[in-house]
Write a protein that binds this ligand. Structure first.
Ligand SMILES: Nc1ncnc2c1ncn2[C@@H]1O[C@H](COP(=O)(O)OP(=O)(O)OP(=O)(O)O)[C@@H](O)[C@H]1O
Ligand code: SF4
Ligand SMILES: [Mg+2]
Length: 363
């Protein structure tokens, strides 16, 4: 029985109804930092600097919502993801789960919390062990958490999970190479669901898939979200993919957040120049709308996270940069001049001169 894996699905560009963000925060991320030391010397290792992969990121993830995180390659998206699921230890900052800072937990307490925050990886070709059967892959988390599924129940649980993600439960003894890319990602999702987590961090879960399969996997994730009451952190390069699935979107640049808001605030009323540049690159079918919007071409390359610009990190590529931008770090906050206006531009943006693009000259 091949359930919906090959069925028709809503197009990726279709912006489904956004869920209202009313739930309690499940995760509260505060000033999260990850610096990787840069060392020299083989015998006497000396630290000569640090790659500031993530450098002070804060956001909440609410119950039942999907928070999309977008940004250029190297801006720190995967590093945030790895810290959330415990694959990397933060240099500093807090990850509060149900109010408790889990970066301070260890041993049994940490293990119990970790069960609730699971990851789905980008590449379904390399993230599944080719020598393990699908049943062993999906059931692997039960070896670490036997309390979730006693040994006698595991086969049945894995078969149920296969069914839930739209794969034939009889495939349980097959190996990853016997599946297509989209099917492998379904296996990865089933593994992520095995422990019945509350939060799933999906790091570019569809980037490695053909465009035609991407929408199917996104639709599956949406269905599972409703069925299992999940909250998602959904990481992507592509603004059109996150729009379809996200209730809110956070835009990252060089280890920090540039802007965060609901999908309407970000897509229709972005106030940060970096977001505006990213949006100008998203294809739109209507030639008139394309003409009106104009394309912003960013000057220069992404600076090195080992030596980021002072003040606003985006200033070396920003057409609006002023002297203050080199001196003062713009906080990620609702700009004073939008507060209380009720305007859709009233959302957090880390820019000294945050404004909607109508007042900006297209470059
Ligand atoms: N283990 C590590 N040691 C040193 N530097 C690292 C390590 N892991 C990541 N980095 C660096 O940290 C920065 C952020 O990397 P990260 O993988 O989080 O970016 P990303 O936004 O996920 O990029 P992509 O879109 O390419 O996946 C990059 O400059 C990267 O080279
Ligand atoms: S703070 Fe300055 S440099 Fe940074 S995005 Fe705003 S205008 Fe550009
Ligand atoms: Mg990444």
């Amino acid at each position: 029985m091949q359930r919906d894996s090959d069925a028709a699905v809503a197009p990726a560009g279709d912006d489904g109804p956004a869920r209202a963000v009313t739930g309690e925060p499940v995760l509260q991320i505060r000033d999260l930092v990850k610096h990787y030391p840069l060392t020299r010397g083989i015998v006497f290792r000396k630290q000569i600097g640090a790659v500031k992969a993530v450098d002070g990121v804060s956001f909440d993830l609410h119950k039942g919502e999907t928070l999309g995180i977008v940004g250029e390659s190297g801006c720190g998206k995967s590093t945030v993801a790895k810290m959330l699921v415990g694959l990397e230890r933060p240099t500093s900052g807090q990850i509060r789960y149900q109010g408790e800072d889990i970066t301070r937990l260890s041993g049994r307490a940490l293990k119990a919390v970790r069960r609730n925050i699971q990851m789905v990886f980008q590449d379904p070709y390399t993230s599944l062990n080719p020598r393990m059967t699908v049943g062993d892959i999906i059931g692997e988390p039960y070896q670490i958490h036997p309390e979730v599924a006693p040994k006698g129940d595991r086969r049945k649980k894995v078969q149920d999970l296969l069914d839930v993600v739209g794969l034939n439960p009889e495939y349980i003894n097959r190996y990853p190479h016997q599946f297509s890319g989209g099917q492998r990602q379904r296996i990865g999702i089933a593994r992520g669901l095995a422990l019945r987590p509350e939060v799933i961090v999906a790091d570019e879960p569809v980037s490695a898939l053909d465009v035609s399969v991407q929408a199917q996997v996104v639709n599956l994730l949406e269905r599972l979200q409703d069925e299992f009451d999940l909250s998602y952190v959904f990481i992507a390069h592509d603004l059109s993919v996150v729009r379809h699935i996200s209730d809110r979107i956070a835009v990252m640049y060089l280890g920090r957040l540039a802007e965060i808001g609901t999908d309407e605030q970000i897509y229709e009323h972005a106030t940060h120049p970096y977001t505006q540049a990213l949006l100008s690159a998203v294809p739109v079918p209507d030639p008139e709308a394309r003409e009106r919007r104009g394309r912003i071409l960013l000057a220069g390359d992404l600076p090195s996270p080992a030596d980021p610009p002072s003040g606003c990190r985006f200033r070396t590529r920003c057409w609006k940069a002023q002297e203050v931008c080199a001196r003062k770090v713009p906080p990620i906050d609702v700009p004073e001049w939008f507060r209380g206006t009720g305007s859709p531009a009233e959302h957090a943006s880390a820019c000294h001169f945050a404004e909607e693009r109508a007042g900006v000259t297209d470059g």
